[in-house]
Write a protein of this length. Structure first.
Length: 69
């Protein structure tokens, strides 16, 4: 029984060590923001890029002509 628990622990221990190696969202990131904030800003920028305006929305409206008195 102890031998089985020891081999199970030997298999799980490296996995636990590797899981602890990842960076945290609160670690400092680029531009004075945290890693989590930088990821959120990148995701927001990508969402905005995907929502492009139609060409008609970019055209300048015609100025109305007012009749001369």
């Amino acid at each position: 029984m102890i031998r089985i628990l020891a081999s199970l622990a030997a298999c799980l221990f490296p996995g636990l060590l590797l899981a602890a190696c990842g960076g945290s969202d609160t670690d400092p990131g680029p531009g004075g923001v945290t890693v989590g904030e930088a990821r959120a800003l990148d995701e927001a920028a990508e969402m905005l890029d995907q929502q492009r305006l139609p060409a008609a929305a970019l055209e300048e409206p015609e100025t109305p002509q007012t009749p001369a008195p």
